[in-house]
Design a protein around this ligand. Structure first.
Ligand code: ZN
Length: 232
């Protein structure tokens, strides 16, 4: 008799527990889409095109020790893409291997712009290495299309983080007219990571540790820009 009562009591408790659990699951199921909606409003996911400058028969600038710009830009672009994805953003590369996108430099640049425009990304970050006739020139620089306030803001965010990462460099980004920032429909900037024409920076650019540091700085700049986008 005691055993039967015990079972009866337990069955009731179990039924209550099942009901409670079902209700909790139902509430959670209803809450998850709402929470993710609120999350995406409060934390907009950006789609970002990362453009590794040059490629294929176009090596870009070549350092005094022979380092090719196209190799540095592809490596850093790949790092930037994976860091952005890890941060929950959508990022794609305009080129994923050592290839030029079209037969001439101008057509190649237009192909990159077209890729970003067709994908309707929010921002385009074109990655390069600087080169100058004076071997003393050094430090990261970023460029935006004159008149683009968003471009200036994004370039400033990236410039600040690159400057902090290497410990020197221009304080402000530079407005300059370039095909890639002019013809793209979204906020677009050119990032010149360092001067490949500078002996010390070429040496640094050869090291994965330095390229990783630069990629992290570019990503921090992009995320700071993302966080500054006003909610609407
Ligand atoms: Zn370049």
């Amino acid at each position: 008799m005691r055993v039967v009562l015990w079972w009866a009591g337990s069955a009731k408790a179990a039924a209550r527990a099942v009901l409670f659990l079902s209700l909790s699951l139902a509430i959670a199921a209803a809450a998850i889409p709402l929470a993710s909606q609120l999350w995406s409003v409060a934390w907009p996911v950006l789609s970002i095109a990362i453009d590794a400058g040059h490629g294929g028969i176009d090596p870009g600038a070549i350092g005094p020790q022979g380092l090719k710009e196209k190799m540095v830009t592809l490596d850093v672009a790949r790092r930037v893409q994976s860091l952005l994805r890890a941060a929950g953003e959508q990022a794609f590369l305009t080129r994923t291997d050592d290839a030029r996108l079209d037969t001439s430099q101008a057509r190649d640049l237009r192909a990159r712009v077209r890729l970003a425009n067709d994908r309707q990304v929010d921002i385009l970050v074109s990655i390069h290495c600087n080169s100058f006739r004076s071997p003393a020139a050094k430090g990261p620089r970023t460029y935006y299309q004159p008149g683009s306030q968003d471009g200036q803001r994004l370039a400033k965010c990236i410039q600040d983080h690159l400057r902090a990462a290497v410990g020197y460099g221009a304080k402000e980004p530079t407005p300059e007219n370039h095909l890639i920032t002019r013809e793209s429909k979204m906020t677009a900037v050119i990032v010149e990571l360092a001067y490949i024409s500078n002996h010390d920076e070429e040496k640094l650019l050869r090291t994965p540790a330095f390229r990783k540091k630069l990629a992290e700085a570019v990503v921090q700049g992009i995320l700071e820009y993302r966080d500054s986008i006003p909610l609407n």
